[in-house]
Design a protein around this ligand. Sequence first.
Ligand code: HEM
Length: 154
Amino acid sequence: MLFRVILGIHLTAIAAWLGGMLFFLLVLRPASKKMIYPEISRGIGRIFQEVSEISLWVIIGSGLLLSLNRLLLANIQASYLVVLVVKVGLVVWIVLIAMNVWGRVSRARPASEIKPSIANRILRVVWSTNTQLILAVVVIFLAEILRVIYNRSL
Ligand code: HEM
């Protein structure tokens, strides 16, 4: 029962976070690139940052509780642990990208100031919001694998 409640919180925060990220990618970023109402998009950017920040910490907190619940109360298989460690590793990457994006939103530099080298461009792909979205899809897939491994071990 407790697991279901925490899972509900985990999934709600994921929905808020993914929704915010899609809004950022599909609406806010194209608008700020075209410099349409820069002040408005900067203001919305800050709200996006707050929602994204809170959601991500709720996801991590509830994720830790879910992990504790599974690891303490169940006879967990090694494969479950391996997938969980990979999932947490990818979440760390997601958080680092988020912190970088939040920093950029706060600084709000015009794109024309940045003249990236090739190494910088690769870094920007590794740390981009697009990569974050791909990682989120992989993490959700890993969560499904966790559920399958757990159900099989019952
Ligand atoms: C962006 C971050 C995250 C995403 C998108 C995500 C996604 C999900 C999803 C979709 C589920 C539900 C699977 C299902 O029952 O169908 C889930 C469950 C779970 N998540 Fe996360 N999660 C994230 C972060 C974390 C973190 C940081 C942890 C651990 C510290 C974690 C631990 C778990 C655990 C243990 C479950 C239960 C798996 C099971 O059924 O045994 N999650 N997650």
